[in-house]
Ligand binder design. Structure first.
Ligand code: TRP
Length: 436
């Protein structure tokens, strides 16, 4: 399948914690900028099904979902431009998870890093290998595969620790395609080595699991206090300081431009007092974060608004996922019993088939409809400038079926989900019974 332009990027964020400076520098800031590019189509989602694997505190899941959504919006993610949704609002994802579960070898999952790490830890402690390992943790890569394949993402920006998951998603796509036809795009990991990992308060990588984070939108006074708590050595004011290995310096560098960084390097050499350096770092970070913090606070205090944004995003996402799952259901054999079966019953199928009708309106423009076997309207196109343009769209629908339905969504009059599903089924039936 040739990937339609633009390139589709997809990223999920597990809703298990509060966003910190490390998340901002390592992912949010870059992704928001990236999402404004004209040549990419981005999907951002809150991976709350994934969060259930790690967190059994319902309030924390809810709070984290709110905080992460507010963070992305406050940092400038434009929900009109991208598809921004909550994983659990897309019921097609767990359905696809099951389809993929059935084409994934158990042995492959045995080798997943996160699962293996838990097993190794248990074995080292002399415990049962699977002690405290939930089936959810074991299945994590399949759910992630469904996230990615559901929207036929080409690229998945991830850290190195997630590359194996993308490779597994590729394997699932390949295996499914091999069994059932070309339905899935093979995704690729997009690793950005330029985005540095940020050190935390104690100098180790800033991470929830080390409890050394600085929350991105902590109040100003608290931000100042936390930056004051970053480890330094015991060198006195006036003594030259090392930038090498200085967590404070690295954090500054992640926010400052080249000139500012050079100036702090010089100040270190000149023996700046740690207290003064910390004040400088605090002010630089607050300059960038402060204006977004106000936006964040407003959003956090209006959860209903965020809820509306997420539901609108889910609607956009489901306009793709619903017809696509209909196509996949058909492909694996979960079909309406009266639907024509591919290959075996071609003749019977010819009796009543869905059809395209192409025509010209009095406005001089060209249109087409997709009708079901009874002549009822399934899809109504918008205007095309030429009959060739309309014909090309029909051709894609005939060849690619339900997938083209989502790709061409903007060329149809809006239809409700039942109609879209019926249209996808009709296209599958057409594809299945056309000479091929
Ligand atoms: N596993 C990712 C993480 O822990 C989150 C995630 C879930 C994800 N589904 C995804 C990332 C799909 C990219 C694509 O960070």
């Amino acid at each position: 399948m040739t990937p339609p332009s633009p390139t589709r990027f997809l990223t999920g964020i597990t809703t298990s914690g509060t966003p910190h400076l490390g998340n901002y520098v390592g992912s949010v800031r870059h992704s928001v900028r990236f999402s404004r590019r004209a040549d990419v189509q981005s999907f951002y989602f809150l991976a709350d099904y994934h969060a259930l694997i790690k967190v059994d505190d319902p309030l924390r899941i809810q709070r984290s979902t709110l905080e992460i959504a507010a963070t992305w919006l406050a940092c400038g993610l434009d929900p009109e431009r991208v598809t921004f949704y909550r994983q659990s609002d897309i019921p097609e994802i767990p359905e696809l998870t099951w389809f993929l579960t059935c084409v994934t070898g158990k042995g492959i999952l045995n080798r997943a890093h996160a699962y293996k790490a838990s097993v190794d830890k248990n074995v080292a402690k002399g415990e049962d290998p699977d002690a405290d390992v939930s089936a959810g943790l074991f299945m994590y890569p399949v759910l992630m595969g469904a996230d990615i394949l559901m929207f036929n993402a080409h690229k998945v920006p991830v850290g190195r620790d997630q590359v194996q998951h993308i490779e597994m998603a590729r394997d699932m796509a390949q295996r499914f395609n091999h069994l059932y036809g070309e339905h899935f795009t093979l995704p690729e990991a997009e690793i950005d080595d330029a985005v540095a990992t940020l050190p935390g308060l104690d100098g180790r990588k800033m991470s929830k699991s080390y409890d050394n984070t600085i929350p991105l939108f902590t109040p100003r006074a608290q931000l100042q206090k936390l930056i004051g708590a970053i480890v330094t050595d015991s060198r006195a004011p006036g003594q030259p300081k090392d930038t090498e290995g200085s967590a404070l310096f690295q954090i500054y560098q992640a926010f400052a431009d080249a000139d500012e960084t050079a100036a702090l390097r010089q100040a270190y050499a000149d023996g700046i007092a740690w207290g003064d350096a910390k004040q400088l770092v605090f002010e630089r970070i607050d300059r960038e974060v402060g204006p977004m913090r106000a936006h964040y606070d407003a959003l956090i205090n209006d959860p209903a608004q965020i809820e509306r944004i997420l539901l609108a995003g889910a609607e956009k996402a489901r306009a793709l996922s619903q017809p696509f799952i209909a196509r996949l259901r058909h492909a694996v054999g979960l079909r309406r019993l009266e639907a024509p079966a591919a290959a075996t019953h071609r003749k019977a199928a010819k009796v009543a088939r869905p059809s395209f009708k192409q025509y010209r309106e009095s406005d001089g423009q060209f249109y087409f409809k997709l009708l079901d076997a009874h002549g009822d309207l399934l899809l109504q196109s918008l205007a095309f400038a030429s009959p060739q343009d309309a014909g090309r769209a029909i051709g894609r629908l005939q060849q690619e079926g339900g997938a083209a339905l989502s790709a061409l969504a903007e060329q149809f009059e809006p239809a409700d989900n039942d109609k879209m599903r019926a249209a996808a089924e009709a296209l599958e039936a057409l594809a299945a019974t056309s000479g091929g």
